[in-house]
Ligand binder design. Structure first.
Ligand code: NAP
Length: 285
């Protein structure tokens, strides 16, 4: 990669940031598109977030990705938000539009694109169960509702966290959302078309942890998705495959949220194939 005075700069704000796969994915895509852009990891301490955001303007960055723990806290420092970022209450992409900082959320849209393009399933009219009610569940659930899911059940061990999400969906979209205890998974899974795990259960280095939902509750009509992408195939997905279910891996959400961010910054489509190749080469499993 040859950097020059003309090279445009994009960063990712987070803490920690060492584990992020985004530099690998984005730099591979810039190179493939022959764009003179570079993408760098930037460790940002929470108490300096305001100054870091000002730095986007001061340093004339094209924009940045924002990751944990800054996705919600960054919002007050931005000038505008996209509709989905407003509803989700979190931003993972910022673009610097001639000094105006606009925040987007491509996490939920990234999941929906992987559902569409990889599983070949449209969210419209679907009944969906989501395990967990953290940041990833919030982005995915609200985006699925915006894209026409009929009914969304959030199964979480802390019902108050699930309610924060169902309230947004019920008051701002046409979808119907409810929160249920994890113990009711058996009944709920009989009613839904799609199951999504948005908890870290099964993630490296705990890949042998049992899945939250027992194998015999997975019947073959279900599309089973896991947002965990390390390992590529979690215990939940292996169980689902054995039960004859269609499965969707977490890598798709990661790649498509990145491809959407690339498009926001450059105005061009990213090569999803190149991004996948770079991810799989660099993912330590
Ligand atoms: P988070 O905000 O910490 O939320 C985690 C959720 O999982 C919480 O609702 C928590 O329940 C639940 N949970 C955790 N441990 C549990 C357990 N032992 N039993 C039952 N529930 C449990 O995390 P997040 O940011 O949403 O991320 C969740 C997962 O998604 C991570 O594995 C992450 O790698 C993955 N992810 C993937 C992508 C992608 O691009 N594929 C993007 C984002 C995240 P409580 O509410 O009760 O605490």
């Amino acid at each position: 990669m040859l950097l020059s005075g003309k090279t445009r700069v994009i960063g990712i704000f987070g803490q920690p940031i060492e584990h992020s796969m985004s530099p690998v994915i984005q730099n591979a895509a810039f190179k493939a598109a022959k764009l003179d852009y570079v993408y760098i990891p930037l460790q940002v301490h929470e108490h300096l977030l305001n100054q870091a955001v000002e730095g986007i303007r001061a340093l004339n960055l094209v924009g940045v990705n924002v990751t944990i723990p800054h996705k919600e806290k960054v919002i007050p420092y931005l000038d505008n938000l996209s509709t989905e970022a407003k509803l989700i209450g979190a931003v993972n992409v910022i673009i610097n539009d001639k000094g105006t900082l606009v925040g987007y959320n491509t996490d939920g849209r990234g999941f929906v694109e992987s559902l569409r393009f990889e599983a070949k399933v449209e969210p419209k009219g679907k009944r969906i169960a989501i395990l967990g009610a953290g940041g990833a569940a919030r982005a995915v659930a609200i985006q699925l509702a915006l894209d026409g899911a009929e009914e969304i059940y959030l199964l979480n061990r802390s019902p108050e966290k699930a309610k924060l999400i169902t309230d947004v969906i019920n008051s701002h979209t046409a979808s119907k959302a409810s929160s249920c205890p994890l113990e009711n998974a058996g009944d709920i899974l009989k009613k839904v078309d799609i199951l999504i795990n948005s908890t870290p259960i099964g993630m490296y280095p705990n890949q042998n942890q049992p899945a939250l939902v027992e194998r015999n509750l997975l019947s073959e009509h279900l599309l089973v998705c896991d947002l965990v992408y390390n390992p590529l195939e979690t215990t939940l997905l292996r169980n689902a495959k054995e039960q004859g279910c269609q499965i969707l891996k977490g890598t798709g959400m990661l790649i498509y949220q990145g491809a959407l961010a690339f498009e926001i910054w450059t105005g061009q489509k990213a090569s999803v194939e190149i991004m996948y190749e770079a991810l799989l080469k660099n993912l330590r499993i």
